[in-house]
Design a protein around this ligand. Structure first.
Ligand code: ADP
Ligand code: ZN
Length: 529
């Protein structure tokens, strides 16, 4: 390691050059560092890859004392401390992976003023002994990373974050900085309130990632669609394919390999050596496609990931944004591709219903899913919808599937009414509820055992929807779900009327529907200049 240097009182720009080797600050970095170095608080919203670390590390180096960094991701903590130490910075961490002797060494270094940066996991920080320890040294800055974890409405809530608010009272003279890459306006407010940052300056960067092209298509034959998408990418492009379950990860990786694509699986259930080997190939070689669960990618520093593909629907727009954000961190063109279908919606509703947690909790998960569906089914610009979700206004982007090729729409009012009245009849006359499959059978006039046994061929809507194919009906149902005209319930995804159904039944709410985009896999790869 290089000689340890003391940067107290050094100009931030010099620290940036000497420690990190960068010539200039990016975006809001200089202003944020000024604010915190001057003793003020800051709330920083910056997308992944924006350069948040420098925003608290530089003030910690420049101000006398030790910068405390609260970080929930142990792997990330280790990486950052290693990188800092390699650059001559006196950095260390305290977490559950250490033995008592190691911890004591770090604690003593802190108390004796021998540390510039100390990383601590939130659960450790909430102990009495940790609080006592902090009082024995001198803090320069308190940085709270992944600050959205304090939000009970967010997708990443960590109860330990709630305990961080009182650091304000314990250390009133120490400037604090809260940072996150994912925050809706509501989460943003919660961060200020719960972390007690009422007078903090807020730095909100744009969340737009203009080099990422967003593409979402309807699922028909997901593996074939995925293969076609990957083949449409430039030779040697590295990518990540996200799947929800371990099984799906393994099967997809096997399938792609059999198609001649250099695909590797990655999930927490694989032996550590396999994971390490696969990760290292992904990082070092060209053209490796990592098929992974969503845990993969946090803290993976590979700037030239050319595509991120989702073969299962993410649970929230925040999650989608974070995962797709791992593509194109080098600023070069990249693609975020996804295929989703009605099955995804039903499966996720079921997972929500079966999840432990009270009604409010489930309702919140339902809202996250609804927002994700609205993004999938939008007739407008994907990016506009995505940025709008984060409270950012924008104009159509020209670099998403719907901008490149305006989706075909058709008038879905009559089919929607047929479906809704079938549901209403079954409910009112027979106190019955069914999932998509059986309702489609009724509408298409199918002659199944179940239809005959239930006498559903006697319903007045029986066969009224024979003009649409099974596939068409699934698309109608998916889109009605996305708009809250329908809701899916329970283990079997039985369909019921949603809040917006009344207007449709009365014929007052227009129902323009997208034609399914199946077969659009080879969509033109036009990119914004
Ligand atoms: P975040 O935490 O916001 O995802 P990081 O702090 O990990 O982002 O920074 C992302 C990448 O950008 C890192 O490789 C980092 O070294 C680099 N970086 C940060 N600031 C600058 C800068 N001013 N100039 C050039 N590169 C920078
Ligand atoms: Zn667009």
């Amino acid at each position: 390691a290089p000689p340890v240097r003391d940067f107290t009182g050094t100009a931030p720009a010099d620290v940036l050059r000497e420690v990190y080797g960068y010539d200039a600050f990016r975006g809001d970095q200089a202003a944020i560092i000024d604010q915190v170095t001057g003793g003020g608080d800051a709330v920083v919203l910056m997308p992944t890859g924006g350069g948040k670390s420098v925003c608290y590390q530089v003030p910690a180096l420049v101000r006398p004392g030790t910068g405390l960094v609260v970080s929930p991701l142990i792997a990330l903590m280790h990486d950052q401390v290693d990188a800092l130490v390699a650059n001559g910075v006196r950095a260390a961490y305290l977490n559950s992976t250490q033995d008592a002797a190691e911890r004591r060494r770090v604690e003593q270094a802190y108390v004796s003023g021998g540390l510039d940066l100390l990383y601590v996991a939130p659960e450790r920080l909430n102990t009495d002994s940790a609080r006592r320890l902090l009082g024995q040294g001198r803090l320069s800055v308190i940085a709270i990373d992944e600050a959205h974890c304090v939000s009970q409405w967010g997708h990443d809530f960590r109860p330990d974050y709630l305990g961080l608010g009182d650091l304000a009272e314990r250390f009133p003279d120490v400037p604090r900085i809260a940072l996150t890459a994912t925050a809706t306006p509501a989460t943003h407010r919660e961060i200020s309130e719960r972390l007690q940052l009422p007078t903090a300056r807020h730095f909100v960067s744009s969340f737009d990632r203009p080099n990422i092209q967003y593409r979402i298509e309807a699922k028909s034959d997901p593996r074939r669609q995925l293969t076609a998408f990957i083949r449409s990418q430039p030779e040697g492009a590295a990518g990540i394919v996200y799947a929800l379950s371990r099984k799906s990860v393994e099967q997809t990786a096997e399938y792609l390999s059999a198609q001649g694509i250099d695909a590797l699986p990655y999930h927490a259930g694989l032996p550590a050596e396999t994971r390490a080997a696969n990760q290292s190939r992904f990082l070092r070689e060209d053209g490796v496609v990592m098929v992974a669960t969503i845990a993969f990618g946090m803290g993976i520093d590979k700037p030239d990931v050319r595509f991120v593909a989702h073969i299962d629907l993410p649970k929230s727009v925040e999650g989608y944004y974070q995962e797709t954000g791992r593509a194109g961190r080098d600023g070069q063109p990249a693609v975020a591709w996804m295929a989703y279908g009605l099955g995804d919606v039903v499966q996720q509703r079921r997972m929500i219903d079966q999840s432990p947690g009270d009604r409010t909790y489930k309702m919140r998960l339902g809202q996250h899913l609804d927002a994700m569906l609205a993004l999938c089914e939008t007739v407008g610009c994907r990016r506009q919808n995505l940025l709008g979700y984060f409270g950012e206004a924008s104009t159509p982007c020209g670099n998403c599937d719907t901008c490149i090729e305006a989706p075909d729409t058709w008038d879905g009012l009559v089919p929607a009414q047929k479906l809704l009245s079938t549901i209403v009849r079954l409910q009112r006359e027979r106190n019955q509820a069914f999932g998509a499959g059986h309702l489609i059978d009724i509408l298409r006039g199918a002659s199944t055992d179940r239809i005959r046994q239930q006498g559903h061929d006697a319903l007045s809507t029986y066969g009224l929807g024979a003009d649409l194919s099974d596939q068409d009906w699934r698309s109608v149902i998916r889109q009605l779900l996305a708009r809250g005209i329908l809701v899916a319930r329970g283990e079997y995804g039985t369909l019921a009327l949603g809040e917006s159904a009344t207007g449709v039944l009365r014929g007052e709410t227009p129902v323009p529907l997208r034609r399914d985009t199946i077969g659009r896999t080879s969509a033109p790869r036009v990119r914004r200049a």
